[in-house]
Write a protein that binds this ligand. Sequence first.
Ligand code: 7RM
Length: 654
Amino acid sequence: MNQNIESHLIENRVFKPAKSFAKRARISSPAEYEELYKASIRNPEKFWAGEAKELLWHKRWKTVLDWKPPFAKWFVGGTLNASENCLDRHLDSPRKNKAAIIWEGEPGDQRVLTYHQLHREVCRFSNVLKRNGLKKGDRVIVYMPLIPEAVIAMLACARIGAVHSVVFGGFSAEAIRDRVNDCGATMIITADGGYRRGAIIPLKQNVDHALQGGNAKSVGRVIVFRRAHNEIHIEEGRDVWWHREMEYVDANCPPEEFDSEHPLFILYTSGSTGKPKGILHTTGGYLTGVSATSKYIFDLRDDDIYWCTADVGWITGHSYLVYGPLANGATTVMYEGAPNWPEPDRFWKIIAQFGVTILYTAPTAIRAFIKWGNEYPARHDLSTLRLLGTVGEPINPEAWMWYHKVIGGGRCPIVDTWWQTETGAIMISPLPGATPCKPGTATRPFFGIDAVVVDEAGHECDVDEGGKLVIRKPWPSMLRTIYGDKERFKKQYWSDFKSQGWYTTGDGARRDKDGNFWIVGRIDDVLNVAGHRLGTSEIESALVSHEAVAEAAVVGRPDEIKGQAVVAFVTLKEGQEGSPTLRKALCSQISHAIGPIARPEEKDIRFAEALPKTRSGKIMRRLLKEIASGTEVRGDTTTLEDFSILTRLRHMDE
Ligand code: 7RM
């Protein structure tokens, strides 16, 4: 590989955990991590069984793991209840009266539910579900705003063994319909509306559209929570009000015990092709994974106020807003709305108001905050923060440094957590009291996770050599299948290294000389320019380190000579303007940071007003690639947040 690339790839700033943090952390030195990690890889079953013992089981398992690649069963013969583990278990302790959920609605309304209260609501709603005919194994769509009732609905499903499938409130009627039909859901739990940037999202209306004309026939019941008090249609015989139903039930609902492998939820996620896949997670293994990672990676303590800014519609919300923190008896903050509503300081205001100690958010949000300006965090007291986290995409070193300095005041460790909907729990991340961090790397695998970077033939790559990120051993929170499509499950995740039984993540990565994993991004986002492998995120990182640039997305376009050429879509900071001079400057910036082979032609720097993003904030590279290649935009665009961006991008250079 080109010398210049390698020198850029080596990020030399190292941030060691502060002594004060390390002193009270569960794992408090690199040596301790190394030793425990090695032991956990020698015998993962022993490590995971030790973690599983922290949960409340009705029957203890007989076998830790039954592994017939690619099908795994964890804690075979064991029985438990996920809702009991998140709630009942804390009621015999001082946690009973501690806040389980601190919630802030977008218009400014607030609610606090103690563990006692949350337990009570979940029990009552479980009885509502039973009253409405829901049984163990039935599938339920949860289509809710980010309000406590979304969590209550999930935990009530878990309590009676129904399988929830949460659909993000920003998805359309068609997306609901597809998901209902794919999993055969018999019930939808929704709300009249939810708030977003001062407007009301018509959730119930979307459900009506999804079900209209005899579509999604399996649904016989819709339970509607009154949130926004907007006018909605109630279909006699199908729709019932949440608050009415709650009047008929009592608060007594003893947790049933379910098999460790009983399905807990299905969550749909987009692949590189085709329709979203229903990722299936089961009970004992999933709970073990999220509970253990929450404890070690977020260093959760009883006095923490922990805030994961994700919506429950995403895996991050499932694992690190609901199941992980509640299984640990933590206090978890929920905020319903947008980060810049009514002002770009909303997050910082919430942190100051509730005394948030741990913040877990996405790099895309951090980059937006940088763009909005430092005056907004400066308005508020952020001194309660002690730990920061990121997830969802590679974080560029500039964003990392800003997060560290401006939000963390230079004192908070940052856990850059790599994982996927499919992995259920965090797989690669620093341990905050132990791991020396470099901006931009998710660092080292969690205990029991046998992550490696390999070439096409399955040989481990050299230091700083890019390859495929694979997981060589099963782990408890791994997906069990794609719902209703075993073949796709096998093909998608297990066919690259079939004989070895390795899981393919679909991500490219490299390891540095210290063993840190640098996630390059999806394999399809890695460019090959004149035989040189280039990570789009590295070029983007170079671009956003320019003072004029807010955000950048780099894709490849076909090039007769080089195979592929670099195209950079760039949005500029407030007050900046695109010009030929700036184009030149940005090309030089890339050339300077990575090497001349990464330098795009000047015409391939494309100034844009905005980048097309999915509703979860991921840049839609496939669309950009098609635009960059001059081909028609095809395929699934159902997750694109703002369609008008497409038209504008296509015409912007005319
Ligand atoms: C949790 C989540 C998964 C994909 C994954 C990566 C990317 C996630 C990081 C990251 C670099 C990270 N689930 N990704 N976290 N890349 N560093 N810390 O996001 O299923 O929605 O996405 O996201 O490409 O494969 S997900």
